[in-house]
Write a protein that binds this ligand. Structure first.
Ligand code: SF4
Length: 665
């Protein structure tokens, strides 16, 4: 029996665990007692992280669609077919995954740029984050967590925006609990009351769609109370002067009117955040998938910059990702126009360095992201990503994929996307290969092989190397470590990270021009104006506001959790009362409309109708309805189309005015 240390494959907390191996089989997990984030704990997903690896439905051999049905074929036949039909240049797109290792994603990026000659490169969850990450870059010069997550336990004030951390990123939520137990003050800002709001010193619950206005109110309160860092103003007065002029349009009374949140409470939250030295801001999917994500992220980045809560322990900004290797996929250059470490494909110096190392000509930047690829390329190579299952509009994604000349999917399971493929290639899971992953706070950690993959499945990087060979490349990587050496040699932010260094402790933090290692600094004040969209309006005919709640999405669309018997059972029990989904309504509204829990209700907007079961909850405000994000297809007709001004085709929906009535039985 052996215990193999590796990182949990589920969320951006990056907890470490030991995989228990007996007779070549995974039999369970044990938490690492000294890992700085998990500290001897795991959430329910971590405790069952071995289950999906051994699931009998794992893909075991390559398959090719013949006469409408999948047939098992040899690797030779499958890869020859892919090499012959994939095409090159602008006609082909490549999609990686925030679930795959850095080495897999880097090699896929190299395949795209160096062998296929295309800049149509993305990973499946990046389009949802374009708006907030771009906003952070504009103000802070970085679009990642500024500080190590374990420092959260030492913060004095934590502001949590649009995040239901407990189910989403559980061990980072646990650090927030620890901070509060130590005496830290918590400020929670969310239109839907979350579990952590119960612990909050100040809980601000704005009306749906008014969250950016509330964050401007928070900024205003910090400015009005003189809590900005005056040393910054001496240096960058002009930047501040324009910003303060823009902010003067807000008064806390007007913010109260628009958001429904008392001006006193906003002032108190601003004072708590601004007065404390060790203040940190966290956000996750509730902000990142909001139609006004750019405005909200801008406001938070401005807040952090104005108060200069950066560069020291237990402060900073944490944009948290659900997937374990979201940060790593971004860092490996899986984005149009970008090479590893955020280096620009358009930079002559960068291009020359990569071309010299790789011995190839790189394509010009084309900036075609995943939503643009769907309907914009003839063939698509997808590694570890369920594009249909994760799409904002799954029906449209399915239609776009069906129109492709060729779809190749490299996967663990037969996902909804793999079912549409022409060629399916079986890949190794995290426990079956070596590599690294970069968790939400930029900590790079080792993944270690514990067992062999099932059947003929292979590590993703091995499949990519085999394919590259059939396309004329002569790569000679004999291990994930060899790929890592190349990543470090071409990526300044990862330059001083070696496997030995990662093995010696609990990983390492990558550095950037904004700071070395663990903590990133502010390099000058670059405050950005916050452009708040107009708040949604209701009328007599449609008196409720309805929105999708990204934070309410649980484990329903992820192939790995769906193929874990215990996690699936947990989900089914949690959803047992509402197996076909639900809409949440405040009990006072239900009483007024003479509706009860479990009633089937008809929702109608100016655009369409939908029916769902009613769930009563005091977590939502009166005249507010919330539907979990994974039910977006059920209520899509109500929205009449995506929110305006979405970045690069990523679809999210603005809150919409609806009526509610008991459905006809
Ligand atoms: S919090 Fe995230 S990383 Fe930690 S055990 Fe749970 S799913 Fe895994």
């Amino acid at each position: 029996m052996a215990n193999v240390l590796t990182a949990c494959p589920f969320c951006g907390s990056g907890c470490n665990l030991y995989l228990k191996v007996e007779d070549g089989q995974l039999t369970g997990v044990l938490p690492s007692s000294s890992h700085p984030t998990s500290r001897g704990k795991l959430c329910i997903r971590g405790w069952h992280a071995h289950e999906f690896v051994s699931h009998p439905e794992r893909l075991r051999s390559p398959m090719v669609r013949k006469g409408g049905k999948f047939e098992r074929v040899s690797w030779e036949e499958a890869l020859s077919l892919v090499a012959g039909r994939l095409g090159r240049g602008a006609d082909v797109g490549v999609v990686g995954s925030a679930r795959c290792a850095n080495e897999d994603n880097f090699l896929l990026m190299k395949l795209a740029r160096c062998v296929l000659g295309t800049d149509n490169v993305d990973f499946s969850s990046r389009p949802q984050r374009i708006a907030d990450l771009a906003a952070l870059s504009s103000t802070l010069g970085v679009n990642c967590a500024t500080n190590p997550a374990p420092e959260l336990a030492g913060a004095d004030v934590i502001v949590l925006v649009g995040a239901d951390l407990v189910p989403e990123i559980t061990m980072i939520a646990s650090l927030v609990y620890e901070a509060v137990a130590r005496g830290a003050k918590l400020v929670v800002i969310s239109p839907v009351r979350t579990e952590l709001a119960e612990l909050a010193e100040v809980s601000l619950q704005p009306r749906l769609g008014t969250e950016p206005v509330l964050l401007c109110g928070l900024l205003k309160s910090v400015v009005d109370q003189g809590l900005i860092d005056s040393s910054l103003l001496d240096r960058d007065w002009d930047a501040y002067d324009q910003f303060a002029t823009d902010l003067s349009q807000f008064t806390l009374d007007s913010v109260e009117q628009r958001t429904g949140v008392a001006a006193d409470a906003i002032t108190r939250a601003g004072r708590l955040y601004g007065e404390a030295r060790r203040s940190a801001v966290l956000y996750s999917s509730g902000l990142a998938q909001h139609p006004a994500a750019a405005a909200m992220a801008t406001a938070l980045a401005d807040l952090v910059a104005l108060t200069n809560h950066l560069g020291q322990p237990s402060m900073g900004l944490y944009p948290l990702a659900r997937q374990n290797n979201f940060q790593g996929a971004l860092d490996m250059g899986l984005a149009p126009g970008m090479l590893s470490g955020g280096q620009s494909l358009g930079s002559a110096e960068v291009r020359q360095r990569f071309e010299q190392a790789w011995g190839c000509r790189l394509p010009e930047p084309a900036c075609k992201s995943l939503p643009d690829m769907l309907g914009g390329v003839k063939s698509l190579y997808v590694m570890g990503a369920d594009i249909v299952g994760g799409a904002a509009d799954p029906a449209q994604a399915r239609r776009d994929i069906e129109a492709l000349d060729l779809l190749v999917v490299q996967e663990l399971f037969m996902t909804p996307t793999a079912e549409l493929a022409d060629v399916v290639l079986p890949a190794a899971a995290y426990a079956e290969k070596d590599g690294t992953a970069t968790c939400a706070d930029r900590r790079v950690q080792r993944l270690r092989k514990a067992v062999d993959p099932p059947g003929e499945a292979r590590a993703d990087w091995q499949i990519i190397q085999e394919l590259a060979g059939r396309l004329g490349a002569s790569w000679r990587y004999d291990s994930a470590g060899a790929i890592w050496a190349e990543i470090a040699s071409l990526t300044p932010s990862y330059a001083d990270i070696t496997y030995d260094k990662l093995d010696a402790g609990w990983g390492a933090y990558w550095s950037s021009a904004n700071g070395a290692g663990e903590r990133l600094q502010l390099k000058g004040l670059s405050l950005q104006p916050v452009e708040c969209p107009p708040p949604p309006v209701t009328d007599a005919e449609h008196p409720f506001l309805l929105a999708l709640d990204p934070a309410a999405e649980r484990w329903t669309t992820d192939a790995t959790t769906l193929h874990s018997d215990n996690l699936r059972r947990e989900y089914q029990i949690a959803a047992a009362d509402f197996p076909a989904g639900h809409v949440e309504m405040h009990p006072d509204d239900a009483q007024e409309l003479q509706l009860r829990q479990g009633f089937r209700v008809k929702l109608a907007s100016a655009h369409g109708e939908a029916e769902l079961q009613l769930k009563l909850s005091s977590d939502v405000l009166p005249r507010t309805l919330v539907v979990p994000y994974h039910l977006r297809d059920t209520v899509r007709d109500l929205f009449g189309g995506p929110a305006p001004g979405q970045v690069e085709g990523h679809l999210v929906y603005s809150p919409v005015a609806v009526s509610v009535a008991a459905a006809q039985r």
